[in-house]
Ligand binder design. Structure first.
Ligand code: NAD
Length: 321
């Protein structure tokens, strides 16, 4: 098997390679070639850790495996390592032998940024100029950096519950040579694209704070109970997701579906837009909303790409198991 350690990922993997891998696997999911296994997530009753597995199989890309890991709330304080920890394991689908072990921390950030970026590329208006951010934590920087590549944005606006964190995303806007403005949530009406990436358990963005024609990517809600936008916004929008089953159970759509504002059948797979079996945006006034819940196949696709890159440049460590 090949090992690609976490320390090597930054030199090997690019946001562009993550975009390609994620776009392709979303397409495979929509065409029925790839599927995710049920997610396991357990509070293990030790140091407050949440541990679990996300796995799947892509018959088209021949990628089989899982990401194992989770959240260790005391890591930073006690061990000076980040609280989110994960490792990806790939298996040979022909024999069942383990084929790779890959550090999953940076890859998780890149694959999550790639997902909203795929949605922007396929659903945002071509003339989008103002990029809006809700959230300014660790993941927000990745989401913004990837989003800015998708359109000729002229300005970034941002809101965060904790305004002292806004310099995180201001720095990314400046890196891209764009002006940044902190706004109240009402100010989001100016945005053509909005990405939300918070750990909130209640809606921040109201339905009337989004203008017609906007594309919204809700990326923070990946657990039952979390919520970033008002359910009425989903009723106003055409809703897309990575995986419908996750969207209605742990994604942003869980609330709108539970309240009967939309039905499971109203939610479209983003991969269908990539494949061309769904037309995507139908008018300049339509609000499109992507519910990015995060699926194991995104991790596996990015891990397979990084293993190929590491083997190509000779840095993959080969061991016999
Ligand atoms: P972080 O802890 O670095 O940042 C948290 C962000 O949420 C900050 O901007 C903070 O101000 C904001 N926030 C906290 N409480 C809030 C509240 N009550 N209302 C509004 N905003 C609030 O976390 P991160 O690494 O940036 O991750 C953000 C979220 O994204 C997490 O919930 C994480 O689980 C989720 N996530 C989702 C995926 C996916 O694939 N969908 C992948 C990675 C992370």
């Amino acid at each position: 098997m090949f090992i690609v350690p976490e320390r090597d990922i930054a030199d090997l993997m690019t946001q562009e390679a993550a975009y390609d891998a994620v776009e392709k696997v979303f397409a495979s999911m929509a065409s029925g070639d790839a599927y995710n296994f049920p997610v396991i997530r357990e509070a293990i009753g030790h140091v407050g850790a949440l541990y679990g597995f996300k796995g799947g199989f892509d018959r088209a890309g021949l990628t089989l495996g899982l990401k194992a890991g989770g959240y260790w709330p005391e890591n930073l304080e006690r061990h000076e390592i980040i609280n989110h920890q994960s490792t990806i394991f790939l298996f040979d689908p022909d024999t069942g032998r383990v084929s790779a072990m890959v550090g999953g921390n940076l890859l998780t950030a890149l694959r999550t940024a790639a997902a909203s970026s795929v949605s922007i590329n396929h659903l945002a208006r071509k003339d989008a100029k103002v990029m809006g951010m809700i959230g300014a934590g660790h993941q927000a920087k990745f989401q913004l950096r990837a989003a800015l590549k998708q359109r000729a944005f002229e300005k970034v606006i941002g809101w965060n519950l904790h305004p002292e964190m806004l310099p995180n995303i201001e720095e990314v806007a400046r890196e891209a040579g764009l002006p940044f403005e902190a706004v109240e949530l009402d100010g989001m009406r100016e945005a053509d694209v909005i990405v939300s990436i918070t750990s909130s358990f209640e809606a921040s963005l109201a339905a009337d704070q989004v203008s017609p024609g906007t594309h919204v990517a809700c990326m923070g809600t990946d657990t039952k109970g979390k919520q970033e936008v008002a359910p009425e916004l989903l009723a106003r929008a055409t809703v897309f997701t990575d995986e419908v089953a996750q969207s209605v159970s742990i994604g942003e759509a869980q609330h709108a579906v539970a309240q009967g504002l939309i039905a499971e059948g109203d939610i479209n797979q983003i991969g269908a837009v990539v494949n061309g079996t769904h037309p995507g945006r139908s008018s300049a006034d339509e609000i499109t909303l992507f519910d990015g819940t995060g699926v194991g196949l995104q991790d596996l696709a990015c891990a397979a790409a990084v293993v190929a890159l590491a083997r190509e440049n000779g840095t993959a460590i080969e061991v016999e198991v």
